[in-house]
Design a protein around this ligand. Sequence first.
Ligand SMILES: Cc1cc2nc3c(=O)[nH]c(=O)nc-3n(C[C@H](O)[C@H](O)[C@H](O)COP(=O)(O)OP(=O)(O)OC[C@H]3O[C@@H](n4cnc5c(N)ncnc54)[C@H](O)[C@@H]3O)c2cc1C
Length: 433
Amino acid sequence: MRHVAIVGSGPAGYYSAEALQKAIGEEIRIDMIDRLPVPYGLIRFGVAPDHQSIKAVSKRYEKVALSPGVRFVGNVSVGDDVSIGDLLGLYDAVILATGAPLDRPLGVPGDDLPGVVGSAAFVGWYNGHPEFAGLAPPLDVDAAAVVGNGNVALDVARILSKTPAEFVGSDIVAHAFEALGNSRNRDIHVLGRRGPHQMQMTPKELGELGHLEDAVPHVDLADFPPAEADAALEPGLRKSVTHLRDFASLAKDKRKTIYFDFFARPVAIEGDGKAERVLVERTRLGEDGRAIGTGETYHVPAGLVVSCIGYKTPPVEGVPYEEDQGRFANRDGVIGEGLYCVGWARRGPTGTIGTNRPDGYEVAGKIAEALAGRGAGKEGGDGLDRLLAGRGAEVVGFDAWQRIEAAEAARARQGSPREKFVIVADMLEAARG
Ligand SMILES: Cc1cc2nc3c(=O)[nH]c(=O)nc-3n(C[C@H](O)[C@H](O)[C@H](O)COP(=O)(O)OP(=O)(O)OC[C@H]3O[C@@H](n4cnc5c(N)ncnc54)[C@H](O)[C@@H]3O)c2cc1C
């Protein structure tokens, strides 16, 4: 028998488990360890609550979770409850699939003022991540700024713009649903350092902004290159730019406006003891495609500033780390003898859910090759259970997660698939049944 521990039950973790089953077959035993009592990582806590069709990918992971030889070992944090050394002693291979849950700071004066939040915190708040349930972002403000030009910034701008009726069918948590419903926010400025041709928002999601009930996007066509230049763009980006150009002709007849401020680099957050405005420098594109400051500045009013500028993987004791990249030091997923990484912990926070699949398959292939022809494997899960019992850990298995899931579905408000527990103690109570 071969025993593999996968740390992290997000997409990268589940694709790796699926790939290991294919590569090694019946001889594999997999423990998926997660620090939370609930599985699926950013599928639960990152992907927008109003994008349920994307969240449905968890059904595929559930199939893997319920297959023979795979266990969910929830509520166990690697680095706290067990060390990497413990796992390497017990398993034939250890895969780190811990994602990149730490916000990169804006790095400008005033970025620590109340009212400035990172997207991991803000997204975690509306998606019910236990660490951010108490965030209480200021929504009793007229204007907000969203820093970044990727899909996370787009999610945040859309969530800030929707009416309560537009959240029907979503699994947005009650505290966020209520706070957003009472918000008096009218202006949302999306600040991007570069121009429309450099934006990273995907067309389907961007197009949604043109059909909101009470909000309308606004662009300044002076920020755009001549329309002929769009022809040279990659098709997805070309579609996004077409959406942006179309936004210019939409009637401005709704309560909220989502302003796209291109060539706009935040240089400071200002305010009297809290965020009140962003000082923005106009930029232009340099020869190398980077944003260059022009020295011209202006203010954008913003009592809430959400920075969506990327994430880092938290270091784990005993695992080499690349500080500048914010991920584990690895060569094609290999960290060292018996230790691997996949997903955002391997590559950094880029790509879609599906981008994590090839990572899992590549690393599973390497593990299968490394273990082929080796003698008896290590002890695996029995050893982990003994160790965790000795340390008094309360492990949540997949059946216990299913009890949490059923309890959440039973508490759901009308029109919502679930009402998530946002406190670990409540999850554990539901897990005990
Ligand atoms: C706001 C947001 C919205 C997104 N929306 C989309 C979208 O609509 N479509 C799309 O295709 N992609 C989307 N993505 C990208 C997608 O979520 C990622 O590609 C994917 O989740 C990365 O998978 P992962 O397994 O590497 O990390 P994660 O999903 O972050 O999973 C990591 C897991 O590791 C666990 N963990 C971390 N540290 C430890 C530890 N020390 N011990 C034990 N467990 C630990 C965590 O609890 C978590 O469960 C979005 C990302 C974000 C941030």
